[in-house]
Design a protein around this ligand. Structure first.
Ligand code: DAH
Length: 345
């Protein structure tokens, strides 16, 4: 009984296959399906006889029945595929538009960062990197910003714990470098920085590049020379640079650096007579902060300020990219739109 049922089940496969092979029209395929796989078809009839089997034999025959059903279904699907209308001749349509992969490109932030670092590397600065999760000591205290210092308010800090934070600037890399090696040294540190700030012209994350040079008898004139060379390499040799007195806790004296406006070339008005919107008519745009390393910072890292002096600078990468590429909206940098990034390839 059991063997007979198994044999009959197994014979369904070649029989069905043959019937499908002979089918010349979709209707004949459907008839074959109903005859074998239908509710009142051959498979169903054989399965109905399982009840006549000894209870112990049922699982084995059940497995055979399931395998046969799967095979019949597969054969029927293949037959249906064969029956689909096909164009005459080749199946390959050479005229069909191809699939165009969405190719990316380097982001303008990356491009300008690489360009700035390349210029400074040619001037002898070495690129270093360090953690985005920083200690209060490296980000503030060693930079002459003790707890309670009012200048801490200038930077809306994202804290992780009371003493651990997301770095608000790349300046802690000055501290890390001076703790790790002795002067003379000249480094640049590009990277991400974080502030609790979000509006049209501020994002919670942006990029900076820090520069630090420590040697004997370093002068502000050398700082000016390096920054002028940098700005002119990026924006062209006729770009002018000016230093404005400013304040940073970690440099003394400190300056903010402006360059002649890229849009109106420093005239403050456009050809049309319109007031220049990039520099708001002043002819100058601010691009970075800098100064001579404050002796209080040297003291924090154990460098003798009577022997060594240095300069430092910090610039915002997105800001430089906006000026260089004429990007009017900071939000474009963070939208991950490949149409945006491809324009700079
Ligand atoms: N760390 C400052 C900021 O984030 C920028 C800066 C100013 C860096 C003066 C410097 C510097 O190294 O000397 O706003």
């Amino acid at each position: 009984m059991k063997r007979e049922l198994v044999a009959q089940l197994e014979r369904l496969v070649p029989r069905f296959d043959e019937m499908l092979a002979q089918a010349a029209a979709p209707e004949e395929l459907e008839a074959a399906r109903v005859a074998f796989l239908g509710r009142k078809g051959e498979l169903a009839a054989l399965m109905a006889r399982m009840g006549e089997l000894a209870v112990d034999d049922r699982p084995e025959v059940g497995r055979v029945a399931n395998a046969v059903k799967a095979k019949l279904t597969e054969l029927w699907q293949q037959a249906q595929q064969r029956m689909l209308p096909r164009p005459e001749g080749a199946y390959f349509d050479a005229g069909e538009p191809g699939w165009v992969p969405d190719v990316g490109a380097l982001h303008p932030t990356t491009l300008i960062q690489q360009e700035i670092c390349a210029v400074l590397q040619r001037l002898g600065f070495e690129t270093v990197s360090g953690p985005e999760v920083e200690t209060d000591f490296h980000n503030f205290e060693a930079l002459n910003l003790p707890p309670g210092h009012p200048a801490r308010d200038m930077q809306d800090t994202l804290y992780i714990t009371e003493r651990i934070l997301l770095r608000t600037h790349t300046s802690p890399m000055q501290v890390r470098t001076m703790l790790a090696r002795r002067p003379p040294l000249a480094i640049i540190a590009p990277g991400k920085v974080y502030r609790r700030d979000s509006d049209l012209t501020h994002t919670p994350m942006f990029h900076q590049i820090e520069g630090l040079l420590v040697d004997r008898h370093v002068t502000m004139a050398q700082l000016r020379g390096v920054l002028t060379a940098l700005v002119q390499a990026i924006f062209g040799p006729s770009t002018r640079v000016r230093f404005r007195p400013s304040f940073f806790p970690f440099t003394e004296p400190s300056a903010e650096v402006d360059m002649s406006c890229v849009l109106c070339t420093g005239r403050g008005v456009l050809e049309s007579g319109e007031l220049c919107r990039v520099c708001k008519g002043t002819g100058w745009v601010e691009i970075l902060g800098c100064g001579m390393v404050d002796p209080a910072v040297f003291a924090q890292v154990g460098i003798d300020a009577a022997v060594w002096s240095g300069f430092a600078f910090g610039l915002g990468v997105e800001r430089i990219a906006m000026l260089k590429y004429g990007i009017g909206d900071l939000r474009l940098f963070f939208e991950n739109d490949t149409r945006f990034v491809r324009q700079f390839a």
